[in-house]
Design a protein around this ligand. Structure first.
Ligand code: ZN
Length: 336
């Protein structure tokens, strides 16, 4: 089964050609245009997808011995995401499928993230997945590849968004999450006490916008020099990690009360690249004798390989539906 997938839910323009469990070709184009605006501008993102998609597609097929006609299934992210961006990617892919008289399978972006670690690991169920990205902060319980329950999520900013917003306040550019991590190495993580919203509440939800507001107050009150940036970066990272650890422990405790015992967790999404968070979570789960899985590097942030893989893995449950309309707020169980 040869699958062609498109992912355009936000500011990554990505295509992938996958055969069974093998990535034949995978292209991820990260749009640079948003840097000067300090955040993703939806209209610009759609226009970039429109400009880039055809270009990377032609380039990809020009260097391999596979033609569009050889593809068995066409698939694209149809939500959640920015509507203009979803429309560009899905319409592009649908027109190829229509033209070649091949099936088109609409895919849920979140399903792509959820199954991303099963590409390079053998997952046993029940399994926990933490999606930590610039668009989502969610905890899922997976009883199987298709039986998935959302346990908790952020009520405001996503975790990756919080990293980028704080980095921006500290003058580290956009997207500045990875720069913040570098600066944190040289800072004292105990220098600033930041709020930890929702950590005393008996639920699995997150809230990050209050921390960002607190950082904003601190940046207004202090001279922003290297020492301040490093110390605040370290304190912010420590706080975020503490919140994650608390919520992860709470998740395990709540599941244990329901007699659900998981032997493994997956940490997926761009924030999973943060080494400080990785090390701390590794220690937490080692202590509990729970395996921790990560996707391949190229399947960590938004990418078309995870969409192709989820389509292949769950194909028996999929419906060909070229009429499916992209939905910006698509929930996990709406197409899975
Ligand atoms: Zn994503």
């Amino acid at each position: 089964m040869l699958v062609f997938a498109t992912e355009t839910s936000c500011d990554e323009t990505s295509i992938c050609l996958m055969e069974e469990r093998k990535i034949i070709e995978h292209v991820i184009f990260s749009q640079e245009i948003h840097r000067k605006h300090g955040g993703v501008v939806p209209e610009l993102a759609s226009r970039e997808h429109l400009k880039i998609l055809q270009e990377i597609c032609q380039k990809m097929f020009s260097k391999i011995n596979i033609s569009l006609n050889d593809i068995d299934i066409f698939t694209a992210t149809c939500g959640p995401g920015l509507i203009g961006c979803l429309l560009v990617g899905s319409t592009f892919t649908k027109s190829l499928a229509l033209n070649l008289k091949k099936p088109f399978v609409p895919m849920n972006h979140l399903e792509g993230h959820l199954l991303s670690t099963s590409y390079n690991n053998e997952i046993s169920y029940p399994h926990l997945v933490f999606i930590l990205t610039g668009g989502h902060t969610q905890i899922y319980l997976m009883m199987s590849d298709t039986h998935v329950e959302l346990l908790g999520e952020s009520v405001d900013d996503a975790i990756g968004e919080a990293f980028d917003k704080v980095a921006k306040l500290l003058g580290l550019g956009y997207p500045g999450g990875s720069e913040l991590e570098k600066r944190a190495i040289y800072g004292d993580e105990n220098s600033y006490k930041l709020p930890m919203p929702l950590t005393n509440e008996d639920n699995l939800n997150f809230s990050f916008s209050g921390i960002k507001t607190h950082v904003s107050i601190l940046t207004n009150k202090n001279i922003i020099d290297d020492k301040f940036i490093n110390n605040l970066s370290a304190s912010f990272q420590k706080t975020i990690c503490k919140i994650l650890s608390l919520k992860m422990e709470r998740t395990l405790n709540l599941l244990n009360k329901k007699n659900i015992f998981t032997k493994s967790v997956s940490i997926v999404g761009g924030v999973a690249n943060n080494n400080y968070i990785r090390t701390n979570l590794q220690n937490l789960f080692n202590e509990k004798k729970i395996d921790i899985f990560y996707p391949l590097k190229e399947m960590m942030s938004d990418n078309a390989a995870m969409i192709a893989w989820a389509c292949i893995k769950n194909y028996n449950n999929k419906k060909n539906n070229i009429l499916f309309k992209p939905q910006p707020r698509l929930k996990i169980n709406e197409i899975l």
